[in-house]
Design a protein around this ligand. Structure first.
Ligand SMILES: [Zn+2]
Length: 174
């Protein structure tokens, strides 16, 4: 069953604005209102339940091992909340990739997930800032997906994280 979640997302956005008003002027308000899509959360939850491990957990390169160790420290709470609303398990990315070391101890990564649903707007959405160094957008599904999502109609949710800490006890990648 298709379920519109834009109202949920608007509520999250409103709650965020309140948080921002109460806490810190540096926080950036995620603006999901521009994103036009439908999502079947229940079907997405089932699909992620049928997948044992995501892309970063199936790869032993230093970039993926570091991402596994750093994931909990680089995803803004609002992004985790969005994944939860869509039915996506944050630990089961389709794939992540290391772009570069941007400063000692800080690395630039990209990656993506999918959820069962459809884009109403056609092409790529506007990127939404979740913080000064993290943004995400939705787009047509073109990249490899988890095996339990093969054959489903899915939307791709991509992220770009520019301040992922290096948490391995080994030399940093460049
Ligand atoms: Zn890897």
């Amino acid at each position: 069953m298709w379920r519109r979640i834009s109202a949920l997302v608007r509520n999250l956005s409103r709650r965020r604005r309140q948080l921002v008003a109460n806490c810190s002027p540096e926080l950036i308000v995620p603006d999901f209102d521009k994103w036009k899509y439908r999502a079947d959360r229940d079907a997405t939850v089932l699909a992620y339940g049928r997948t044992e491990r995501g892309g970063a957990d199936r790869c032993d390169c230093a970039g993926c091992r570091n991402f596994r160790a750093a994931r909990a420290h680089c995803f803004p709470p609002e992004f985790i909340a969005l994944l939860g609303q869509l039915g996506i398990d944050p630990n089961k990315d389709a794939e992540v990739y290391h772009n570069a070391r941007i400063a000692p101890g800080l690395h630039d990564y990209g990656g993506w997930y999918h959820f069962i649903g459809a884009l109403d707007g056609g092409g790529d959405s506007s990127p939404v800032n979740f913080g000064p160094s993290f943004h995400a957008w939705i787009c047509p599904a073109t990249a490899p997906r988890l095996s339990s999502l093969v054959g489903e109609q899915v939307v791709q949710l991509e992220f770009h994280a520019e301040a992922v800490p290096w948490r391995l006890d080994e030399p940093e990648m460049n």
